[in-house]
Design a protein around this ligand. Structure first.
Ligand code: HEM
Length: 545
C-alpha cells in the first residue's frame, strides 16, 4: 500500500501528460474551431483540465482503495483508522512508536490470535498461537512461499542477485556439504577463532574495554570464510570488512528499495551501498573464482571448501565469476551478522551475571577438553553452554515478525480464517518465545533452563538446533536454517575459547540497550565488554592459542 501511493503520483502524472497531449491534438484536428482568444480560452481549458484530473484521481484512488479493501485479509486490523490509505499510515506510525504494545493489543482484542498490523514498509498478518503457527508453516511453498517472503523482505533479486533469489542450489550445498564437514573443519575453526581473538582482544593483564560486537563480527567473518574460500582471504582484513559491511548494506539497501516502484529498482540499486560492496567483492574474490573456473582438470588440486562445492553444484547458467561471487557473498549475509547477533547477546547476558554462571560454564569446558584441546568431541559435551546459548536466543533474540511467508494462493486456517493471495504472514517471536504455556517463568532469564539430569548426568531437554513454534532462532517447519549446525558449532567453539582465555564483565552500571526498529530487534552494537586474560588457565590457553 505504501508503494501504491508512489504509483498514484506517478500514474496521475502520466494521466495528466496524456490529457495534455489529447487536448493539444484536439486543437490540431479541429482547425475550423480554433481555441478561443487568449483572454478566455486558457482559463476554460485549464478549469476543464483540472476538473478532469480531479475526477480521474478520485475514481482512481477509490478504485485502488476498493481493490485493496477487497484483497485485505478479513482479520482484526490493529491501530488502523477507517479512512482509505490514511488509516494504514496511522497504524504504521503507531507501530513505529509502540511496536510491542500494538502486538499486545492485537492479542487482547483478536478472538483467534490472528490480526493485521501495518509497518512503514508494509502490512502483515501476525499469527500468535503455537497451533496456528504450526498450521501455516505446514503449507506448501506454492501456497505460502518462504522464498517469496525472503525475496520481498531482503529484496534479494536486486540486492543479492536474481540467481540467489530464484536458483537456490546453495541450500543443498549447505545441507549436504557444510554440515557433514563440521568434524573435519573443527581444528581449523579452533585455530582461526583463537588467532582472531588474539587480534581483536589480545591478552590484557587488566580489564580492557572491547567493542564486542565488532570484534565478534570480524572473528565470525574470518572463521566462516576460512571454510568458505580458504586461508588467504580469511586473513585478508579488507575482504573480511567488506563481507561484514555487505550484510549491513543489504539490509539498508532493501529498506530503500522497498519504497521504490518495481520498474525502478534495478536502476536505483546501482546507487546503493550494496552495489559498491559487490564491486569490491568481485575485485577480491573474482581472481580466485576465475582461476578455479578455468581449470582444465577440475579434480586436480581440488580445495575442500564452500566455493568449490558451489562450483560443483551450480547449474551451467550460474557458472560465471560474478554469479559465484554473488553466491559466496549471499552466504556471508546468511552467516555473519546472524551468528554475531546471537553470540553477542549471549555474552552480554553472561557478562551481566558472571558470578551466577561463569564457573559452571568454564568448568564444563575445561572438563570436556580432549588431550587438553578443544575438539569436535569436546564441543558435543558442552551441555550447559548449549543451554545458555539457547536460552539467550529465546530471551534476547526476539523480534516481532519471524518466518515470513507470502501467500501465492489463498490459505485457510482450520478455524476458517482466510489469508488471501498477496498477503504476508509471520509470527511474533517475542510473544511465542515468552509464552507461559511453553516456558515456566518465561519472563526470567534462566541460563540452564534446558539442562536436565539423568542418572546424575546433565543432559539437554532441547538443544540449540532443535526448532519449534516456540523457538524461532533458526525458523521452523519446512525451511529451518540449514546452516544452524555450523553456526551453533562455531558459537560453541567461540564460547569455549573465550571462557578458557578470559574473565569478562560489563562496566559497573552498564547494560545492553534493546533497540526495536519496526518488527526487528537489534542488539546493542556499541556496548563495551571488559576483558582480562586468565593467568590460571595458561595451559588451556596455550593449547587453544
Ligand atoms: C546464528 C546464525 C544463524 C541464524 C540465526 C539463522 C537464521 C535463519 C532463519 C531464521 C532462516 C529462515 C527460516 C524460516 O523462514 O523459516 C534461515 C534460513 C537460511 N539460512 Fe540461516 N541462520 C544462521 C546461520 C546460517 C549459516 C551459517 C548459513 C550458511 C552456512 C545459513 C544459511 C541459511 C540458508 C541457505 C537459509 C535458507 C533456507 C531455505 O531456503 O530453506 N544460515 N536462517
Amino acid at each position: 500500500m505504501r508503494v501504491s501511493i508512489t504509483y498514484i503520483i506517478v500514474d496521475s502524472m502520466a494521466m495528466a501528460e496524456t490529457m495534455r497531449y489529447k487536448l493539444s491534438i484536439a486543437g490540431d484536428y479541429f482547425p475550423d474551431h480554433p481555441c478561443p482568444p487568449d483572454s478566455t480560452s486558457p482559463t476554460m481549458t485549464q478549469a476543464t483540465w483540472i476538473r478532469s484530473i480531479g475526477w480521474s484521481l478520485t475514481i482512481f484512488v477509490l478504485a485502488r482503495w476498493f481493490s485493496y479493501y477487497r484483497r485485505a485479509p478479513k482479520v482484526l486490523a490493529v491501530g488502523f483508522w477507517p479512512v482509505p490509505y490514511l488509516g494504514s499510515w496511522v497504524a504504521a506510525i503507531k507501530f513505529m512508536l509502540w511496536p510491542v504494545d500494538m502486538v499486545k493489543e492485537g492479542i487482547k482484542k483478536s478472538k483467534n490470535g490472528i490480526f493485521r498490523i501495518a509497518t512503514l514498509n508494509d502490512e502483515f498478518v501476525l499469527v500468535t498461537t503455537k497451533d496456528k503457527v504450526a498450521e501455516y508453516l505446514k503449507a506448501s511453498d506454492s501456497v505460502l512461499s518462504m522464498q517469496d517472503g525472503a525475496n520481498d523482505q531482503q529484496q534479494i533479486p536486486f540486492t543479492m542477485g536474481f540467481g540467489v533469489a530464484y536458483r537456490t542450489y546453495h541450500n543443498i550445498v549447505v545441507r549436504k556439504k557444510i554440515t557433514p564437514s563440521i568434524p573435519a573443519f573443527t581444528p581449523i575453526m579452533v585455530d582461526e577463532i583463537s588467532a582472531a581473538l588474539t587480534q581483536e582482544i589480545g591478552t590484557p593483564q587488566d580489564y580492557k574495554p572491547i567493542t564486542f560486537y565488532r570484534a565478534i563480527a570480524m572473528t565470525v567473518a574470518r572463521t566462516s570464510n576460512r571454510v568458505y574460500v580458504g586461508k588467504s582471504l580469511a586473513t585478508h582484513e579488507a575482504y573480511l570488512q567488506n563481507a561484514t559491511d555487505y550484510a549491513q548494506a543489504v539490509v539498508v539497501s532493501a529498506e530503500i528499495l522497498r519504497l521504490v516502484p518495481h520498474w525502478l529498482k534495478s536502476t536505483v540499486v546501482k546507487f546503493l551501498p550494496v552495489t559498491t560492496c559487490m564491486k569490491k567483492a568481485v575485485a577480491y574474490l573474482g581472481p580466485q573464482v576465475e582461476e578455479r573456473l578455468s581449470r582444465k582438470d577440475s579434480n586436480r588440486n581440488r580445495e575442500d571448501d564452500l566455493l568449490q562445492w558451489l562450483l560443483d553444484e551450480a547449474p551451467p547458467i550460474e557458472k560465471t565469476v560474478y554469479q559465484l561471487v554473488e553466491r559466496v557473498m549471499a552466504l556471508n549475509v546468511a552467516s555473519i551478522h546472524t551468528t554475531t547477533m546471537t553470540f553477542t547477546a549471549a555474552i552480554y547476558s553472561l557478562a551481566l551475571e558472571p558470578e551466577k554462571y561463569m564457573d559452571t560454564l568454564r568448568d564444563e569446558v575445561i572438563n570436556s577438553l580432549e588431550d587438553g584441546k578443544i575438539s569436535f568431541g569436546s564441543i558435543q559435551k558442552l551441555v550447559h553452554v548449549d543451554s545458555f546459548l539457547r536460552e539467550s536466543a529465546r530471551y534476547n533474540v526476539a523480534g516481532l515478525m519471524a518466518m515470513q511467508r507470502n501467500a501465492k494462493q489463498s490459505f485457510t486456517f482450520s478455524d476458517g480464517t482466510v489469508i488471501p493471495a498477496g498477503a504476508k504472514v509471520g509470527a511474533p517471536t517475542l510473544i511465542l518465545q515468552r509464552d507461559a504455556s511453553s516456558y515456566e517463568n518465561p519472563q526470567d532469564f534462566e541460563g540452564f533452563r534446558f539442562v536436565s539430569t539423568r542418572d546424575g548426568q546433565p543432559e539437554l531437554s532441547k538443544s540449540m538446533v532443535t526448532t519449534g513454534t516456540d523457538y524461532h532462532l533458526y525458523g521452523h517447519g519446512r525451511h529451518p536454517c540449514p546452516g544452524r549446525f555450523f553456526a551453533t558449532h562455531e558459537m560453541k567453539i567461540l564460547f569455549a575459547t573465550l571462557l578458557l582465555r578470559y574473565d569478562f564483565k560489563l562496566k559497573s552500571g552498564a547494560k545492553p540497550q534493546e533497540i526495536r526498529i519496526g518488527t526487528m530487534a537489534i542488539p546493542d552494537t556499541t556496548l563495551e565488554v571488559l576483558f582480562k586474560a586468565v593467568p590460571s588457565l595458561k595451559t588451556a590457553t596455550k593449547l587453544t592459542a
